[in-house]
Write a protein that binds this ligand. Structure first.
Ligand SMILES: C[S@@+](CC[C@H](N)C(=O)[O-])C[C@H]1O[C@@H](n2cnc3c(N)ncnc32)[C@H](O)[C@@H]1O
Length: 374
C-alpha cells in the first residue's frame, strides 16, 4: 500500500549551468528543502509534490524519486542492494521496465553492466515472489529506474515522468540547431523576465524561446502538453492517486490565461517563421510574428525581454555584420533587457560587455547567456 503522505526525497536534473534557475523555479513552486547541486536540485516532499514538479517545472529534465541509498561494492553488493527495495510497489509482470545507470570512482566501472545487474536483481525478485518476471522495454518503459553509483555508494531512483521533460511534444520539426525547451525556459528565468511584460525573439528559428515565453505568460504548465506521466503507468498507481492527479491537472488548466503582453517571434527566413507558427499551434499558444531582419526591429518603450540564439561558427555560418546589428540593438535597448545565448567567444567579442552572464551547456556546446540589463 502506498502512503500518500510519506516524506520522499527527490532530485530534479537540469542542463549544466541551469541549476540555479531550476532552484528558483522549484522555490516558486513552494517545494521544500531545496538545494542546488551539480547537475540538478534536491528537494523533499510527499508524492504529490514530486508530481507537481513534473507537471509545472519548465527547466528540469527529469524528476527522480529516491527509493534508497546503499553501500554497494562489486556486482554482488550491487545485486543485494537492489533486492532490498520492494519492487512489487511499482512493478508487476505486466509492467515494463528499463534501467539507466551512472557511475564514478567505484569498483564497477561499466554503466551497461551495472544496468544489467540492477535489472537482473529486479526481475529475479519479481519472479521469486510472483512466478513471472516483467519485461524490459528500453524505448518506452512503464517504470524507468535510474541508479547512481558514486564511490561505491548506490542511489536508486525512479524517473517520475519516465522520459526527459524537455520533450514537450510541440516541436514537430526543427530547423538547424534548435534549442532544447528546458534551456530556453532557463534563459527566460536567468534574464529575470517578468511574464507580465512583452517578449521578443528577433531570430526565432523553430520558435523555442518564443513558445516557452508564451507558455509561461499564459500559465500553461508544460506537463499539460503530456497526456500521461510515467508514474501513472506504475503498477502501484491507485484510484486514489489518480484522483489526486486529476485534481492537480484540473487546477493547472483553470490557471491558464491569455498572455498579458505580446509575445513576438521574428526571423529573416520565412520558413523559420512558418515553422515557429506551426509549432506554436501544436503548443496551443498564439504569437505575434513577422518575417524581418534584426536591424529592422522596432522597439516599444519597454520594459520587456529580447532573447535570441544567433547563429555561430560551430553550428551555423557566423556572420559579423549580424553581430554588429545585435550590438546596435543592445545599444538602443533603453528599458528592455537583452539576453544573447552565445555559442562561441567570437559573438562576445563583437558585443558590448554584458551586465551579467551565466555559463550553460547547449547540448554539448559550452555556451554563455549574456545579459544586457537596463
Ligand atoms: C540558431 S537559429 C535559432 C534557433 C532557435 N533558437 C530555435 O530554437 O530553433 C538562428 C536563426 O537566426 C536567423 N537569422 C540569421 N540572421 C538573421 C537576421 N539578420 N535577422 C533575423 N534573423 C536572422 C536564422 O534564419 C535562424 O533561424
Amino acid at each position: 500500500m502506498i502512503d500518500l503522505n510519506e516524506r520522499l526525497v527527490f532530485f530534479a536534473t537540469a542542463a549544466k549551468g541551469t541549476e540555479g534557475a531550476l532552484r528558483d523555479e522549484l522555490r516558486q513552486l513552494r517545494l521544500r528543502r531545496i538545494r542546488a547541486d551539480r547537475g540538478g536540485v534536491h528537494f523533499e516532499g510527499n508524492r504529490a509534490d514530486g508530481w507537481r514538479a513534473c507537471l509545472h517545472s519548465r527547466i528540469a529534465l527529469r524528476i527522480l524519486q529516491q527509493l534508497g541509498t546503499f553501500t554497494a561494492v562489486g556486482s554482488d553488493g550491487l545485486y543485494q542492494a537492489v533486492r532490498q527495495i520492494n519492487w512489487a510497489l511499482y512493478l508487476n509482470p505486466e509492467v515494463t521496465v528499463a534501467v539507466t545507470s551512472y557511475c564514478k570512482d567505484s569498483v564497477l566501472t561499466h554503466t551497461n553492466y551495472i544496468a544489467q545487474v540492477v535489472k537482473d536483481a529486479i526481475v529475479d525478485q519479481q519472479r521469486e515472489r510472483l512466478g513471472q518476471r516483467p519485461s524490459v522495454d528500453r524505448k518506452d518503459p512503464d517504470v524507468h529506474v535510474f541508479v547512481h553509483l558514486v564511490a561505491n555508494e548506490l542511489t536508486i531512483y525512479l524517473d517520475l515522468a519516465g522520459e526527459s521533460l524537455h520533450r514537450r511534444g510541440y516541436r514537430a520539426e526543427a530547423l538547424a540547431a534548435p534549442l532544447k525547451e528546458n534551456l530556453a525556459a532557463a534563459i527566460l528565468r536567468l534574464a529575470k523576465w517578468d511574464p507580465e511584460t512583452p517578449f521578443i525573439d528577433p531570430m526565432c528559428g523553430s520558435g523555442t524561446l518564443a513558445i516557452e515565453a508564451a507558455l509561461r505568460a499564459c500559465n500553461v504548465a508544460p506537463g499539460l502538453l503530456r497526456p500521461k506521466m510515467g508514474f501513472e503507468r506504475w503498477a502501484s498507481f491507485s484510484k486514489q492517486e489518480a484522483s489526486v492527479m486529476a485534481e492537480m491537472r484540473a487546477q493547472a488548466k483553470a490557471a491558464v490565461r491569455e498572455a498579458p503582453a505580446p509575445i513576438m517571434a521574428m526571423d529573416i527566413d520565412p520558413q523559420a517563421v512558418e515553422l515557429t507558427l506551426a509549432n506554436a499551434k501544436l503548443a496551443g499558444v498564439k504569437l505575434a510574428h513577422a518575417v524581418q531582419p534584426l536591424d529592422k526591429l522596432a522597439l516599444g518603450t519597454g520594459p520587456g525581454l529580447i532573447a535570441m540564439n544567433p547563429p555561430y561558427g560551430r553550428r551555423l555560418a557566423a556572420d559579423s555584420s549580424l553581430y554588429n546589428d545585435i550590438a546596435r540593438l543592445i545599444a538602443r535597448r533603453r528599458h528592455w533587457t537583452v539576453a544573447v545565448l552565445a555559442g562561441d567567444r567570437s559573438i562576445e567579442r563583437a558585443l558590448p560587455k554584458a551586465t551579467r552572464w551565466q555559463g550553460v551547456f547547449n547540448g554539448d556546446l559550452d555556451s554563455r547567456v549574456l545579459m544586457f540589463e537596463s
